[in-house]
Design a protein around this ligand. Structure first.
Ligand SMILES: *Cc1c(COP(=O)(O)O)cnc(C)c1O
Length: 446
């Protein structure tokens, strides 16, 4: 944590939002497009460790990490130190004009940390969506094919191509079409909602997905299959056992580039450097962003050297891609993850949270499922455990009750009925437990 360490405590001193946030909210409403939403209408002034402080002096326990970004905290010492030093040296030259070492060092780190011991190369970008788009460009250049296969409940971004890849209409796609062609969506092994039961979901969903690809698209037309090893926005869905290996094998047999979108699940979030390691999956390409750079905008496509080199010189890039300050921050974030062994910490967080959530599920029937890995944990809320009818209203009400008591939780899921917990992995057990106490009280109250 930074030298100006923010006290690691929850503190609610005004109504939420407080008067200063309400004032800023009025300015925001006049100046900022309403299409850009916010979960919690309080304005941040500082953030560190497991706490976000707002302009009214309220301190929130952070179960969101700015959507799985500030894994090392929002002002990690090594991130601040390295990024500040880089800022003082130069802010930008454009890697496509005059390269610099930080970009190369991040690509080297990605080659070391991503699964597989084959030769790897990377290209850096600014956002997750941009990384996914470039993975598609690279896969098409390599295979000389066009079709892209994605999955039910998948989320890959908000640009035109990635909207097409994303499953959910509201709020991501509604009214924003037409969408990019040659995108095909197939079933995913969503254990909790699989009609014949979670134990059958892996093999059955894989068989259905493969059958649809073969019959409806033609395997020989497919450039890439893109999947999140743990689906994020779709509801923290862990594809049931056997699903990912079956799809990986199908891709290999048919010369299809297998792309793991680890933008949310990567960089220690699930207790591994990358979530696909849990089933021994080695992707051909892997997209990263979010947790990679301690809060600075950076994203990457990393993969087999021969695939990455398929795009012609000058075919990939962008003015800001791999900005030197963001690269310095990434090196600081990775250093912190290694030094603090945040993979081990993520697994401790999973153990603590799942035990507490299991105890809550005994008391509250609305908790239909507890799932996720490491510091990527969710509960799915239902009106009835037998019918599994989603309860989005309850999820929203519990989240709001938590916000009012100084705990920032996020919702997600195709049905909007999932509460997700993504604490910074540097959060202490005390704050974690206190946040869960507040969650438990919120369930009791609503
Ligand atoms: C957030 C996310 C993206 C998009 O990243 P942006 O930086 O918001 O463009 C893509 N894929 C996954 C899995 C994500 O969680």
């Amino acid at each position: 944590m930074s030298a100006s360490a923010l006290p690691q405590e929850r503190r609610v001193v005004t109504a939420v939002p407080g008067p200063k946030s309400i004032e800023l909210q009025a300015r925001r409403a006049a100046a900022v497009a309403q299409g850009v939403g916010s979960t919690l209408p309080v304005f941040a002034s500082r953030a560190d460790g497991g706490v976000i402080e707002d302009v009214d002096g309220n301190r929130f326990i952070d179960f969101g990490s700015g959507i799985a970004v500030t894994t090392v905290g929002a002002s990690a010492e090594a991130v601040v130190r390295r990024a500040s030093a880089q800022l003082a040296d130069f802010t930008h030259t454009c890697f496509m004009v005059t390269p610099y070492e930080g970009y190369v060092a991040v690509a080297e780190a990605l080659a070391e940390l991503t699964p597989g011991d084959h030769a790897k190369k990377s290209a850096l970008f600014n956002s997750g969506a941009e990384a996914v788009e470039n993975a598609v460009k690279i896969a098409r250049a390599y295979t000389k094919r066009q079709a892209v296969v994605v999955f039910d409940h998948g989320y890959h971004g908000r640009t035109n191509l990635t909207m097409a890849l994303t499953a959910k209409n509201m709020p991501y796609k509604h009214g924003f079409g037409p969408f990019a062609p040659e995108v095909y969506r197939v079933p995913v092994a969503y254990g909790y909602r699989w009609p014949t039961g979670a134990e059958n979901a892996g093999p059955e969903a894989a068989a259905q997905a493969i059958d649809q690809i073969v019959k409806q698209v033609g395997a020989e037309n497919v450039a890439a299959i893109i999947i999140e090893p743990v689906l994020g926005e779709g509801g923290f869905i862990e594809p049931a056992k056997g699903f990912l290996p079956a799809i990986r094998e199908f891709a290999t047999e048919n010369g299809i580039v297998f792309v793991a979108d680890e933008i949310q699940s990567g960089f220690c979030r699930t207790g591994q450097w990358f979530a696909c390691e849990d089933e021994g999956i080695v992707p051909d390409l892997i997209t990263t962003a979010k947790g990679i750079a301690g809060g600075l905008p950076l994203a990457a496509v990393t993969g087999r050297a021969e695939i990455m080199d398929a795009a012609h010189a000058g075919g990939l890039g962008g003015t800001y891609g791999g900005n030197p300050v963001a690269c310095a921050a990434a090196l600081g974030a990775i250093e912190t993850m290694k030094e603090l062994d945040l993979n081990a910490r993520a697994r401790q967080i999973e153990e603590l949270m799942k035990a507490r959530l299991a105890a809550m599920a005994e008391k509250f029937d609305a908790i239909g499922d507890i799932r996720g890995r490491g510091g990527m944990i969710a509960i799915e809320l239902v009106k009835d455990r037998t019918t599994k009818e989603p309860d989005a209203q309850l999820a929203a009400a519990v989240a709001k009750a938590c916000h009012n008591e100084g705990v920032l939780v996020l919702t997600c899921g195709t049905y909007g009925n999932v509460l997700r917990f993504l604490p910074p992995l540097v959060i202490g057990d005390e704050l974690l437990n206190e946040g869960l106490d507040v969650l438990e009280q919120a369930f009791g109250a609503v």
